[in-house]
Design a protein around this ligand. Structure first.
Ligand code: ATP
Ligand code: MG
Length: 442
């Protein structure tokens, strides 16, 4: 592929929208993204802003990130930027790193043919296992997922290249797959999740032809690496519209593919699991929208909590002691691989701590309660208790209120609060002790 290869050969319905006819201005684009675009251009390459960057500006939104496409190969990109690292095996691309800001630069993709097996590879299900065949912008536009995502802002003349009617799709608020939907979902089943994500995030409609194959093809998500599905889950549930996204995912039977172990519970909107998940997502959305800190650990803890409770009940019924039963249940749920995401260790250890602290919050008598307050994971565990209380009400709500009061009180009142509840465990032990002491006297 030569430098500055003509990108304007019209295919299909290519429309070139000149600067005077659209509202994308360089002031909408981040400084770093502009730096990368201009450096590529000045070195003789084609360079375009693509994807969400163009789409969101057209929608009047602030893009989450700026993705760039170019006809420079990854190696050529690397030679132009000292702050560049090449990543990805399935889809090789360049990251240009500006401190915490990373600009993703992808080489234009082409069609696969059989001789290029080392660069592009398909599974027996039609899934693209590798997508590193480079090509022209015409071909690249065909390989993008939705028409709204296949718009190219050309830094050379500030025009927009629209191959698939993306501008119109955005105006009509439509999420529409490019090409034959079934083939495109088979190539990459994650596109089904992306359809839902964009529809919710951008308040758009999935067109009938794009929506239709989803329920049938949903099981193809089983073939996606669990680490990739975890990353997708973060985008689905932690971007501020998690609750709505969850409801759509359940409706399209996609959530059930990620968490087959929760399929029955999420199908029943009256189940405790459904209630806990929706409360957790509601809280998370609220926190995201108020710019408060969030952790995926909390959410995954909520997804799986009632699985832990029922596994624990099972062990208890087999006479396993309480504390061991909880440990065994957590192990059975968290490490069993019954769901299709890999939860990274840093999060799974927090999940464990949140769960393990629940019984400690239930036994509040004595000085132990003050000790629990000092536990670094107390806040997360307490928030989790509040969530459970929202679902179960009753005793749990009373317990949650007690912990709320304890945190808000001074030392004297704290002592009082603890004394009021010291009737659960310590008194029993006080009763037992005198008896034991009596025996030797007799
Ligand atoms: P956002 O970044 O706001 O989530 P985005 O559209 O920029 O949305 P990215 O995941 O950043 O999404 O991808 C950038 C672009 O790359 C997309 O707009 C799309 O053109 C293309 N793309 C990403 N993932 C796929 C995929 N699985 N199949 C086809 N094209 C894809
Ligand atoms: Mg993006």
């Amino acid at each position: 592929m030569g430098k500055n290869q003509a990108a304007t050969k019209p295919i299909g319905q290519l429309k070139i929208i000149p600067r005077s006819e659209h509202n994308i201005s360089r002031k909408h684009i981040s400084k770093n993204a502009l730096k990368v675009l201009y450096r590529l251009k000045d070195c003789g390459f084609d360079a375009y802003l693509v994807g969400g960057g163009v789409r969101d500006i057209l929608l009047g939104l602030q893009p989450k990130d700026f993705d760039i496409a170019t006809n420079a190969t990854p190696e050529q990109i690397k030679s132009l930027f000292s702050n560049c690292r090449l990543i990805g095996r399935r889809f090789r691309l360049a990251h240009i790193v500006f401190g915490r800001d990373i600009i993703e630069v992808a080489t234009l993709r082409g069609h696969h043919d059989e001789e290029q097996e080392n660069l592009g590879k398909q599974s027996e299900h039609g899934q693209l296992l590798r997508d590193n065949v480079y090509g022209t912008i015409d071909e690249d536009a065909e390989r993008r997922d939705f028409s709204a995502n296949a718009l190219y802002y050309n830094i050379a003349d500030y025009s927009i290249l629209d191959y698939w009617g993306g501008v119109e799709a955005i105006a009509n608020k439509q999420i529409d797959l490019i090409g034959d939907p079934e083939t495109r979902y088979r190539e990459d089943p994650v596109r089904m999740l992306r359809a839902i994500r964009f529809a919710v995030k951008l308040d758009m409609q999935i067109t009938d032809s794009t929506a239709k194959p989803i329920k049938t093809l949903a099981p193809l998500l089983q073939n996606i690496p669990k680490a990739r599905l975890f990353e997708e889950c973060l985008k689905l549930f932690l971007a501020g519209q998690g609750l709505n996204t969850f409801k759509f995912l359940v409706e399209y039977q996609l959530f059930q593919q990620i968490f087959p172990n929760l399929a029955e519970q999420v199908a029943d909107t009256n189940s405790k699991t459904y209630a806990l998940i929706t409360h957790a997502l509601h809280n998370t959305d609220d926190r995201v929208n108020r710019n408060l800190r969030i952790t995926p650990a909390f959410l995954f803890a909520a997804f799986l909590w009632y699985e832990v409770e029922s596994a624990k009940a099972h062990y208890l019924s087999q006479q396993v002691p309480e504390h061991d039963a909880l440990f065994m249940a957590i192990h059975a749920v968290l490490d069993s691989g019954q769901y299709n995401v890999v939860i990274p260790k840093r999060f799974s250890s927090t999940i464990r701590e949140i769960w393990l602290l629940q019984p400690r919050l239930e036994k509040r008598a004595g000085k132990r309660s003050l000790k629990v307050l000092e536990n670094p994971k107390f806040r997360a565990a307490y928030d989790f208790l509040l969530l459970r209380a929202q679902v179960e009400q009753g005793d749990l709500a009373e317990l949650a209120n007690w912990w709320t009061e304890l945190q808000q009180s001074d030392e004297l009142i704290q002592k009082d609060l603890i004394a009021q509840v010291s009737d659960d465990k310590p008194r029993r032990s006080r009763r037992r002790n005198p008896k034991r002491r009596k025996k030797p006297q007799q």
